[in-house]
Write a protein that binds this ligand. Sequence first.
Ligand SMILES: [Cu+2]
Length: 234
Amino acid sequence: MRLVAPPARGLRRRSARGPAGAALALALAAGVAACSSTAPAGAYGPGVMGGGSGPGMMGGGYGQGAGGGGTGEAAAGMVAPADAARLCSAAPTGATVDAAGNTVTFSAGPVRLVVLGAPRDGPDETFRIAGLVNPSIVVPAGAKVSVELINADAGMEHDFLVTSATPPFSAMIMMSGPVAAGAATDTLPAATGSAMPETATTFTAPAPGRYTYLCTVPGHAAEGMYGAFVTVGG
Ligand SMILES: [Cu+2]
């Protein structure tokens, strides 16, 4: 994971995309059109992170390989846009989705989250979880938390980190590391073609408190790519 990157890249605006990028973005937007904040939740059953969840999940075959290299970008697999749309609009197993309160609450572990990075039908530089934009995530302290990140953005790399830092965020450099080992994903390259890069990580929810999940790509958290990560009990 890269915590410090050339500012110019992170600050690049969507309007800087060329015609090819715009066309690709439109194609991807069509694929994720069902993944809106008003989409019905709960249409997808258990086993989101497990086997049998459809093509492309954790399937490997992505050239850069998992684990991160010198580039700071890595994907464990690729996901078709239609699958990403279904996954990111579904209520996670065992979770209560409060759309009005923009909160996803897990009363018990394990916690399994599918996180979509910046789908085109949503606000720029936001996460989509359980059909909500940047929802607060509430989990039991000590719970095992699995996060699957899918980058739906054809124009930008994204990642996912849970940190003790709180807003507002600097546009330049994110200084805080993860709250627990594994509470950060590799940085995913932008979506290309008809597939979206995907990676996953697992960590133990930290002591009761209020934390933040965010994207560490410079400028993104400052533009709103973050949400509350709250641990309770324990
Ligand atoms: Cu980002």
